[in-house]
Design a protein around this ligand. Sequence first.
Ligand SMILES: Nc1ncnc2c1ncn2[C@@H]1O[C@H](COP(=O)(O)OP(=O)(O)O)[C@@H](O)[C@H]1O
Ligand SMILES: [Mg+2]
Length: 348
Amino acid sequence: MSTEETLKQLVNGFAGAALLTDAQGILITANLRARALFPALMEGRLVSGVIRNSDFQDSLQQVLEGGRSTDVAFVLRKPSKRHLGANIIGINGERQERFVFIHLRDREEEENLARMRMNFIASASHELRTPLASLLGFIETLQGAAKDDPVAREQFLDIMAVQAHRMQRLLDDLLSLSRIEMEAHAVPEGRVDMNALAERVVETMRLQARERGVTLNLIRDAELAVARGNEDQLEQVAQNLISNAITYGGDGGEVRIRVRPLPADHKHGPRIAFSVRDFGPGISREHIPHLTERFYRVDKQASRNRGGTGLGLAIVKHLVQAHRGTLKIRSRPGAGAKFTVEIPAADE
Ligand SMILES: Nc1ncnc2c1ncn2[C@@H]1O[C@H](COP(=O)(O)OP(=O)(O)O)[C@@H](O)[C@H]1O
Ligand SMILES: [Mg+2]
């Protein structure tokens, strides 16, 4: 195979945005990711006519003239502002030809990811710091002022237990979230009987529901509703959604859980829909798109008082994504809320 053929295969198989030029800087090939960044790229045309930035163009020119490979950061202003990076690599072919391989990166995406990671760590530390500070405060009090007061001691120990459990739940949720993220690329392949799963989860939550004066009603539309997935993970999805409905929508007195097979349509194959509907106060529109963000709560204090970590729906979203399913949230203030998860059905 010629050097050119080999390099073309590299570009087209490359995971990032990549393109290849000849010794004049004329495009030989660009992969789909590169075309998505620069739809005007055309074979047989100069790349510097499309990626119009002088820092980029100068660097490319140097490499075309035999200079060393470089990595250049630049900002494009048109059609919209974009922060890009280009790794430009000169390659000499077997018959004196010269090629230039370019890897383009969206630096904004990279910076956003880095920022998200930083924010996440900051929020997680903050969430842990609050109960920790309270624990330290009570320990100090028990060592000092309340040393010989058995009544106060009992009371403080109770509060301390609540705070310690809160930290434990937070750590559990953080760990499951990071485990789910690490495994996100692998689609769970088991067969899960969603009717039986819903029944099981509802039974384990009846007591919690009764304590809040809530009746759980399970509706199963069909005898058979088998999803493709991981049983423990789907159980966690169901549990988080039902627990939220009881906690935040319990005022409505009823939570309705439904399992419904959906036939294939033009967009999806057959799926199993699992929905949890409550008749509580509902959620106003501006909050809905943010509910699955980590640590996002409509009312921070209400969530904390009820033992929430702010991670339940983030975990649901990630688990559903790992199953290649979807999560829909429907709600209006005063009209309750409905969370629907659709998971691909298992093969017959
Ligand atoms: N059924 C519901 N009705 C009203 N608000 C809800 C409902 N489910 C979730 N929420 C809101 O979404 C927020 C995030 O939920 P979640 O991620 O499970 O965290 P947590 O329950 O720990 O606060 C909750 O704090 C609450 O404000
Ligand atoms: Mg929750």
